[in-house]
Ligand binder design. Structure first.
Ligand SMILES: [Zn+2]
Ligand SMILES: [Zn+2]
Length: 136
């Protein structure tokens, strides 16, 4: 467990995973519902208006967008609030545009192993010569 500074309220807290303290996470969940309901009613509102009308901080709305929990409806990423982290193209949700996501996914296959589950324990080779039951 690490003591780190919360991304939103800047308070230090003991983190198991993530950079947001439990209080802020709860607040974000409440904010999420507020913003989501607002967007249902006001499909083309931009993020400034949403923030003003719902009193939810812009940083929280952007966080929700990056997590993919909210999606901006509109061709330009709601006024360029979100941009692909690789090619800077406006996007509506998440961190990367579809093209970059595709290229990241294919390069991940080659060299990134951090996110992969540990390999299952290898079977001991001392069964050599005996037939295994069942197919893998
Ligand atoms: Zn916090
Ligand atoms: Zn991109």
């Amino acid at each position: 467990m690490n003591i780190i500074q919360c991304q939103f309220c800047k308070k230090p807290f003991a983190s198991i995973s993530g950079r947001i303290c439990p209080e802020c996470l709860q607040q974000i969940d409440r904010d999420f519902i507020t913003v989501r309901d607002y967007i249902y009613e006001n499909k083309h509102a931009n993020i400034d208006v949403i923030s003003e009308e719902t009193e939810v901080k812009k940083a929280v709305i952007i966080h929700l967008l990056k997590e993919g929990r909210l999606i901006i409806d509109g061709p330009d990423g709601g006024g360029g609030v979100l941009a692909c982290e690789m090619c800077k193209k406006p996007i509506n949700t998440g961190r990367l545009c579809k093209e970059c996501m595709g290229s990241v996914a294919s390069s991940m296959d080659k060299n990134v192993t951090i996110h992969k589950k540990p390999e299952p324990a290898k079977e001991e080779p001392n069964l050599k010569g005996s037939a295994k039951i069942g197919k893998k």
